[in-house]
Write a new protein. Structure first.
Length: 200
């Protein structure tokens, strides 16, 4: 994806949406993507922090802990990007991001926290690859745009839910139309490739 489109919400949604049109695959991603991000926060929170990071921590409860660590830095960066892409949707996503961050930071305090998070992480990735291979019948977006897919996935899932609730219908319509064009292009290219292979 061109660098100029990094902050273009419509282009980003069309890119990611063109890889996620099958309802089963979408449902798998709605369940698994947040868990992958949460488990990633667990891994990041388990890492030691450099001395330049301020020593700030606050225990809200046994299940919610704040620390200025790598998980916080990554979560803040993601959230800032989401808000720049679409301010309203980004702000609506903020409570979920905060909840995942605080719970992941608290979870890593468990002796088996990282181990459980690793199981969750691996199982969710396997389910997503199954969703793409069996239901979507198309390779995941990460194989074409690794950074875009990994960063945008949580936001796309969030916006899928918002769209289902009737939010921002004009943007949803643009995404559907643009996704249709990209899928038609993909199918033409695949048909041509299969035809060429048969002729060999």
């Amino acid at each position: 994806m061109p660098a100029k489109d990094v902050l273009n919400i419509e282009k980003q949604l069309i890119f990611y949406g063109s890889y996620h049109t099958n309802p089963i695959n979408v449902a798998i991603h709605i369940c698994c993507v947040p868990l992958i991000l949460w488990s990633t926060f667990v891994f990041l929170a388990a890492n030691s922090t450099p001395q330049v990071f301020p020593d700030i921590a606050y225990q809200f409860s046994s299940n919610f802990l704040f620390k200025f660590d790598w998980a916080f830095v990554v979560a803040t960066s993601y959230l800032a990007y989401y808000i720049v892409l679409e301010p309203v949707a980004g702000l609506l996503y903020t409570p979920q991001m905060i909840g995942m961050l605080l719970s992941a930071t608290a979870f890593v305090q468990r002796d088996d926290g990282v181990k459980i998070a690793a199981y969750v992480h691996v199982v969710c990735w396997i389910l997503q690859f199954i969703g793409h291979g069996v239901a979507e019948k198309r390779a995941p977006a990460l194989l074409d745009n690794l950074l875009g897919a990994l960063v945008l996935a949580p936001y796309f899932v969030h916006m899928e839910i918002l769209f289902a609730l009737g939010w921002n219908k004009p943007l949803h319509k643009k995404m559907i139309n643009g996704t249709g064009v990209e899928i038609a292009k993909f199918r033409r290219e695949r048909a041509q490739q299969q035809k060429s292979e048969k002729q060999k």
